[in-house]
Design a protein around this ligand. Structure first.
Ligand code: UN1
Length: 513
């Protein structure tokens, strides 16, 4: 076992311990005896120092031309690419997901770096005619200010990159608090930024726990914007605190995503999609397919095959190439999964596969749970309504497209949905009717690409989107600019141009009314 790595906060370009000297351990969920890293357990005073650094860096950074800001992101993309394998391996040790998926997580950060670096030479506003003569009108994007970011453990490098890179390219400065379970991947990202030539104070990292560092960040008057990814409950608290401090608030929260399988679906494809959507990352994705709504005509066949394929999935250490499902992130999350298995049984759903933690010799020392399938789930059961964030799939019957859509929509979340059908009309109909931010046809609910908007409706978000150019809306303020070169006072809505207002005299008939 390697010696744990000692990591520090990154504030004003320096690697610092917490002021209190308190620390916290990062453990491998596949082998909890293994301490991977020791991080500062920071407090309010560390947050204050980081916010001060970010505020001081802001004037120079916002005036740095965006294409120059982008050069740092181009370099970061290269550094991440060079070290992809190392970062992915460390991520699997830290977070548990299988190595292929960790590589995908690093790749999302690389993709986001390239994409946002490109935005440095776009950041388009509009030029548009003025209604007045000899007057020019345009709109520009300006930074919001100091951005506080609170990120989750399930995509420990990708999600920080989704927030940091667009914020940087728009000219903001950043203080980020990574999830307490997985600060190491974010630390690697910040190291890469530092190596790429990040000016002091532009991005600062403060490690610690949510109630201490997260709360201090949300409450700090020097922070202008909070971007939070996590549970709907915490999101609500964050949102209320931001409201009273008049901070811009971007929330990315839970999901109860559905895969609809109609009777005309390619069942082989639907089966692969259901397995990947429900059990990829051990179900620990906000886009995971936790509900599978299947048409009565193919329900039995699908269920049999779904159970048969799930039996073949191997749960274990994500570094082992034979593993399909890695561990659950921590014991609290495991007990949540266990509780939902009990709830499902009490509600009368039929447990047809799994349902247990894995404690045998092969799994000793880790936090593992079997992939679990409930069938005969009815849409109102709690296991069909509440986010579990674990490898638990609820299979629900439907008798047609309309009932599938109604079941799909009848939850308090609206992140991702998918349909398997060979009928283009039904696919388009579902695309229009599903009230979600993300929709897939003949593909599972997971697998969003970084240049499209990511986020959801209802309890999944608060109207903003991450990724793609949509992210720029979160991290910039519009400034409308008017340049009058007429040399006289012109009054919008009032002054006439050369004495006439063409076509705006009232039609006679109207006047007679
Ligand atoms: C998340 O589940 O928190 O679309 C993010 C996907 C990934 C991102 C998931 N690209 O599943």
């Amino acid at each position: 076992m390697d010696k744990p790595k000692t990591c520090r906060n990154y504030i004003r370009g320096e690697w610092l311990e917490s002021r209190s000297g308190n620390v916290m351990e990062v453990r491998n969920p596949a082998a909890t005896d293994e301490v991977l890293a020791i991080f500062p357990r920071s407090g309010e005073e560390d947050v204050a120092q980081a916010v001060e650094a970010a505020s001081e860096a802001l004037p120079h950074w916002r005036r740095t031309p965006a294409p120059k800001r982008a050069e740092i992101l181009f370099r970061v993309a290269q550094i991440l690419e060079e070290r992809k394998e190392f970062f992915a391996t460390e991520m699997t040790r830290e977070m548990g997901k299988v190595l292929k998926e960790s590589r995908g997580d690093v790749q999302e950060a690389i993709d986001m770096a390239w994409f946002m670096a490109g935005e440095g030479r776009r950041l388009y506003g509009q030029t548009t005619p003025s209604e007045l003569a000899n007057k020019f009108a345009m709109s520009l994007r300006e930074p919001v200010g100091v951005c506080g970011m609170i990120t989750p453990w399930n995509f420990p490098m990708a999600i920080p990159s989704w927030k940091i890179f667009p914020a940087m390219i728009c000219g903001n400065t950043v203080v980020i608090k990574p999830a307490e379970d997985t600060p190491l991947s974010c630390y690697h990202l910040i190291q890469a930024l530092a190596e790429a030539g990040l000016p002091r104070g532009v991005v600062n990292l403060v490690a610690g726990v949510g109630e201490e560092v997260g709360a201090a960040l949300v409450n700090h008057p020097g922070v202008h914007l909070i971007s939070f990814t996590g549970s709907t409950e915490t999101g609500r608290q964050v949102s209320m605190t931001c409201a009273s401090g008049m901070k811009r608030c971007h929330l990315e929260m839970g999901g109860k995503n559905v895969i609809i399988i109609l009777e005309d679906a390619n069942l082989d494809l639907a089966l692969q999609g259901a397995l990947w959507g429900a059990f990829g990352t051990s179900g620990q994705r906000c886009t995971a397919a936790s509900r599978i709504v299947v048409h009565n005509h193919v329900y039995e066949e699908f269920l049999d095959r779904f159970i048969g394929s799930t039996e073949k999935l191997r749960v274990g250490n994500g570094l082992d190439p034979g593993t399909h499902l890695g561990p659950i992130i921590n014991r609290a999350q495991l007990s949540k999964v266990q509780q939902y298995v009990q709830i499902g049984l009490q509600e009368g759903a039929r447990l047809v596969f799994g349902g247990h933690t894995l404690n045998g010799p092969e799994h000793a020392g880790g936090i593992f749970h079997e992939p679990t399938i409930f069938c005969e789930v009815t849409p109102q059961m709690r296991i069909a309504q509440e986010e579990i964030f674990g490898p638990v799939a609820s299979v629900i019957r439907c008798d047609g497209l309309e009932s599938a859509i109604a079941i799909g929509n009848n939850v308090s979340y609206g992140l991702s949905a998918s349909i398997y059908t060979s009928d283009i009309q039904r696919a388009f109909h579902a695309m229009r009717e599903m009230n979600t931010g993300i929709f897939y046809v003949n593909a599972p609910t997971i697998g969003a690409e970084i240049h499209l908007p990511f986020g959801g409706t209802k309890g999944s978000g608060n109207g903003h989107r991450e990724a793609g150019v949509a992210a720029l809306e979160v991290y910039s303020e519009w400034k409308a600019v008017y340049i009058d070169y007429s040399g006289r006072l012109q009054k919008a809505q009032i002054s006439d141009y050369s004495g006439f207002r063409a076509g705006v005299s009232r039609p006679r008939r109207m006047e007679n009314l």
